[in-house]
Design a protein around this ligand. Structure first.
Ligand SMILES: [Zn+2]
Ligand SMILES: [Zn+2]
Length: 347
């Protein structure tokens, strides 16, 4: 199966030709629930992790005064029950339900704070360079593995903390079968649902907040749009800019590379903590694949758009990841050396 982004409704370089040199490619990941293996690119799937290599853990600090939402097995059991509600279960689902139920019941006492001293991290994404053309894999590597600690990290960040591992898949001879897991996650949106990917390369232009005053002014002028044969019905300047922002500039959803989305804050400088070079967007971990303002990015494949009333499946949130009240967690990488420490930003 593939996912195809419809052509942009307007060729924005006909409205403002000076945008052309600012075009960047991004790879939309188009996650959808499935059963990825360690040999696949995935979100929330098993990692190609060598036996004998220590599994990443996070030592915090964690805010242990907040209630912890979910024991991991309990959360998985509830999700699977919702997914199979109202339909026949497959044998594999039946086995998984039994396994999870026996892990959850009888209910043990809730997880307590000391358990969170050192938290085993969860797989968030595994990306093979062969699948993701915009992946800046360092020489000698062809695989990026992203893990996170499913707790907030105040005061530094009220979101999970990520770890990145670049590796050569050919160097992994024996794969770790049962990696350690945290016993719980702080919020259920911090447990990514296993998803397979249908990567697709698209072209992006900067968020309006990253454009100079001149280009931004040009984008807000109805005559520029009319000259391109593309004046929307109500061509007020804010409308034109929101059309550009929502439909023509930055793709929504999980993606690699491209331009970052801005909104909760103005753009901020992102220097590499090791060498000071301006960092590039690496991975966008998104709550929503689209929203009301970005519906033109919904892929053509029909089933992507309709929520399922029984399962609670929302095609806008195939990974079930939620950052704050519906934001993105953006990971940045140093273009001079992708092994320099990465940075994170919530937008
Ligand atoms: Zn942590
Ligand atoms: Zn650097």
């Amino acid at each position: 199966m593939t996912r195809t982004t419809p052509p942009r409704p307007i060729a924005v370089t006909r409205v403002v030709p000076e945008l052309a040199p600012l075009a960047r490619t991004a790879t939309r990941l188009h996650p959808r629930p499935g059963a990825p293996t360690a040999g696949d690119s995935s979100v929330g799937g098993p990692l190609l992790w060598p036996t004998g290599e220590p599994w990443p853990h996070c030592d915090g600090p964690h805010d242990l005064t907040v209630a912890v939402d979910d024991a991991l097995a309990d959360l998985r059991l509830r999700r699977l029950r919702a997914a199979v509600r109202g339909r026949r279960r497959t044998p594999a689902e039946q086995r998984a339900l039994g396994r999870l139920a026996s892990a959850v019941y009888p209910l043990t006492s809730p997880p307590t704070a000391p358990q969170y001293g050192s938290v085993a991290m969860l797989p968030v994404a595994q990306l093979y360079a062969r699948d993701v053309p915009d992946l800046p894999a360092p020489a000698g590597t062809d695989l990026l593995q992203v893990l996170w600690c499913p707790f907030d990290h105040p005061p530094e960040a009220f979101m999970p903390r990520t770890a990145l591992v670049w590796r050569s898949s050919a160097a992994v001879t024996r794969v770790l079968a049962r990696p350690p897991e945290p016993s719980a996650v702080q919020y259920d949106g911090y447990l990514p649902e296993p998803c397979v990917l249908d990567p697709e390369q698209v072209t992006e232009y900067p968020n309006p907040l990253e454009l100079g005053a001149d280009l931004r002014e040009r984008l807000r002028r109805a005559d520029a749009w009319a000259a391109a044969g593309a004046a929307p019905d109500d061509p007020g300047a804010p409308v034109l800019e929101s059309v550009y922002r929502g439909e023509l500039s930055v793709a929504p959803g999980w993606k690699v590379g491209g331009w970052p989305q801005w909104g909760p804050t103005d753009p901020v400088a992102r220097p590499c903590p090791a060498c000071g070079t301006g960092m590039d967007p690496l991975l966008t971990i998104a709550t929503f694949e689209w929203d009301a303002g970005t519906r033109s990015w919904i892929p053509n494949e029909a089933e992507a758009a309709a929520p399922s009333p029984h399962s609670g499946f929302d095609p806008r949130m195939p990974t079930k990841v939620q950052i704050a009240s519906g934001y993105q967690q953006q990971l940045y990488v140093c273009p001079a050396d992708p092994r320099h420490p990465h940075t994170e930003l919530m937008q």
